[in-house]
Design a protein around this ligand. Structure first.
Ligand code: NAI
Length: 365
């Protein structure tokens, strides 16, 4: 396969993207193009200082290449912070495979993507993300070792993400509402997809009352049917009176307008990069809404994929509760937002003195 790989400098990317890469502290940024299959991909590596960069591959349509590059870069940094707070021996990376308007040969794009990842020699390890699945990871594993979340190694991370988010919601409810249980606690779930559905199941088992919205009506109905939730229209979910708002759909959903509409006392959900800009966390603080930083609460899937030992995985998943509690307490003590506290925790690990880590074999490679 003839594959052209171009550093960003040679691509048609705007200077703005370079500033973003610099601002985000990226180590590497790659644009790949395979002329035979017309596969186009971006791979952003934020950090390899603590270990290979690990993060999923999105396979979605984007309005422009710039939008795809920006998404990959921001998500790569979020993955570094996620791994750092969870104390995993990994840095963060992310891939975006640009989905063509008409997708006819899915497998050839996945195979071309495998060859791109191979070229990075293990500095980036891929996994499932929006638009890819375990079968895609199995395809990639036929060619290269730099993949996790295959049917033989890890599988679908979503149940573990949902479990961690549920622990995070319990921590937030304890801290902010003084409640030890979720019996009767009203949770509005935005996005009833892979994680949203499983989160709904966890919450329903603990007695929470569910309100759910999804742009795909069938997905919302599936949750309501299985767990007795009430369905609301996607544009009304913000204003639903509830205790917890759980964003489990897209990134960037919290901006100065939506943050003002939210009636919930807590925001705690799975979506990556929920805040459109850092100022939103200050606004939430002013409105006395407790915000659980996304890269802390949604680390369950990454923890599951990054570790092999079942006990270690379980302990770290449960640890999401304690980590969030510590963040909330420090935020209260210092007057800073939980996001700022969590970022400082992550930055101390990513950029601080090297940890003496227990040597364990890198995953799956
Ligand atoms: P998914 O694609 O299975 O589900 C997303 C759902 O949101 C879909 O049902 C979609 O119809 C719905 N949706 C899209 N726009 C919406 C809107 N405006 N309002 C309401 N619903 C809308 O994705 P998945 O795997 O459940 O992930 C959800 C979020 O969690 C994503 O942001 C993902 O990046 C993040 N995440 C997922 C992890 C995982 O293990 N799958 C791990 C960490 C983060």
């Amino acid at each position: 396969m003839r594959t052209a790989t171009a550093p960003l400098a040679m691509a048609t990317a705007s200077a703005d993207l370079f500033s973003q890469a610099q601002h985000l502290g990226l180590e590497e940024l790659h644009l790949f193009f395979d002329p035979r299959t017309r596969t186009r991909a971006v791979i952003a590596i934020h950090s390899t200082r603590l270990g290979p960069a690990l993060g999923g591959c999105r396979f979605l349509p984007y309005p422009s290449t710039d939008a795809a590059v920006t998404d990959a870069m921001r998500l790569a940094r979020a993955m570094s912070y996620k791994a750092a707070v969870a104390r995993l021996n990994h840095g963060g990376g992310k891939a975006v495979l640009l989905r063509p308007e008409r997708l006819t040969h899915r497998r050839v794009h996945i195979e071309a993507f495998a060859s791109f990842v191979q070229r990075l020699g293990g500095r980036y390890i891929t996994a499932e993300d929006s638009g890819t699945d375990v079968f895609d990871m199995d395809t990639i594993a036929r060619y290269i070792p730099y993949v996790v979340g295959t049917s033989k190694a890890g599988g679908d991370p979503a149940p573990h993400t949902a479990f961690g988010v549920c622990k995070g919601i319990q921590a937030a409810v304890k801290f902010w509402l003084g409640r030890d249980d979720l019996e009767g606690v009203r949770v509005a779930i935005q996005g009833a997809g892979n994680v949203g559905y499983k989160l709904a199941r966890e919450l329903a088992e603990l007695g929470a009352i569910l309100i759910v919205a999804d742009t795909n009506g069938a997905a919302a109905e599936r949750v309501a049917h299985a767990f007795g939730g009430r369905i609301v229209a996607p544009d009304l979910i913000w204003e639903v009176p509830c205790d917890v708002f759980a964003p489990c759909a897209l990134g960037g959903v919290l901006d100065s307008q939506t943050a003002r509409r939210i009636k919930a006392r807590i925001i705690a959900g799975a979506a990556n990069n929920q805040l459109r800009d850092p100022g939103v966390s200050e606004l939430l603080q002013e409105r006395e809404i407790l915000y659980a930083p996304d890269f802390v609460i949604n680390a369950g899937g990454l923890i599951h994929l990054a570790l092999r030992d079942e006990n270690e995985r379980h302990d770290k998943l449960l640890g999401i509760y304690d980590t969030l509690m510590a963040i909330f307490r420090r935020a209260r003590r210092t007057g800073q937002t939980p996001v700022r506290i969590a970022e400082r925790m992550a930055e101390a690990v990513v950029y601080g003195p090297r940890r003496s880590v227990r040597k364990r074999p890198p995953i799956a490679v």
